[in-house]
Design a protein around this ligand. Sequence first.
Ligand code: NAP
Length: 306
Amino acid sequence: MSQIYDRVALIGLGLIASSMFWAIKRAGLAGEVTGFARSEATRDTARRIGLCDRVCDTLQDTVDGADLVVLCVPVGAMGAVAQEIAPVLKPGATVSDVGSVKRHVIEAVSPHIPEGVHFIPAHPLAGTEHSGPESGFAELFDNRWSLLVPVEGSDPDAIARLRALWEGMGSNVDEMDADHHDLVLAVTSHAPHLIAYTMVGVADDLRRVTDTEVIKYSAAGFRDFTRIAASDPTMWRDVFLTNKDATLEILGRFTEELFALQRAIRTGDGEQLFDYFTRTRAIRRGIIDAGQDTDAPDFGRGKTSI
Ligand code: NAP
């Protein structure tokens, strides 16, 4: 793979940025990668583990001269970061992001993008429940989807270049409209996370009653919930605050279905339960056939699971 950008700046050095760095290096996609995190502790860790060619102490130094700037901070922090870097953005540069919600990021970041700078939002559909500069790995995006969400009038060449970067990092790439993205992600990621958080909370309340049994005999289903519910609290707070409408819409539908199943259990309607579970089992088969998960026992546990 050949070099796509001379200089890439990664803002925020957590799971996604660190995985991007290792994936960029693996394929030689950039001449130099600079990085910035707001805390000195994270910057020190990054320097210690060789994360980024150059870790800078200010946002301005990080972005200065960059051809591509990727905002890898929680969704709620994107607007403030964009405002701060705006004066130093190089004409012709591209600003992108990796936020889990797109409409909010577009509204928060677009007003700060200067004339002559391209803004192309993006979202890699890959992650783990781990966070921070030491959690990243080069293979995170391999064979996973990354969505580009170009805003109106985006430059086709700038889009093609960003697409090439994500493909070079191992991703399959698609383009999607922001509102559609937010609805799809509410179904596939945001609502499931809230359900996992809730289930673990319920079990925790119960644990106080049953002592340690919930943990001791924790079955696979519950363990999956605890893994998802261990995800970063800041990131997920921001996701729900900024993808409010779509998440509430999906949770409304979820609650209706839950009540229907609850009623089937109460009335002993085995046929309804069986038919429902048969339908959902087929969906699992479809996900495996599409290469988005593995049929291995325990889901081939490990790297890319959210
Ligand atoms: P992370 O591991 O928690 O790292 C977040 C980074 O952002 C840290 O370097 C942190 O700096 C910095 N940061 C936090 N708040 C900030 C603020 N107010 N101003 C400036 N910098 C700030 O996060 P991540 O999992 O990589 O997620 C980053 C973005 O990717 C989020 O927008 C998230 O929605 C999106 N995303 C996440 C996943 C996932 O599974 N984790 C998947 C796809 C997309 P310090 O370390 O100095 O605090």
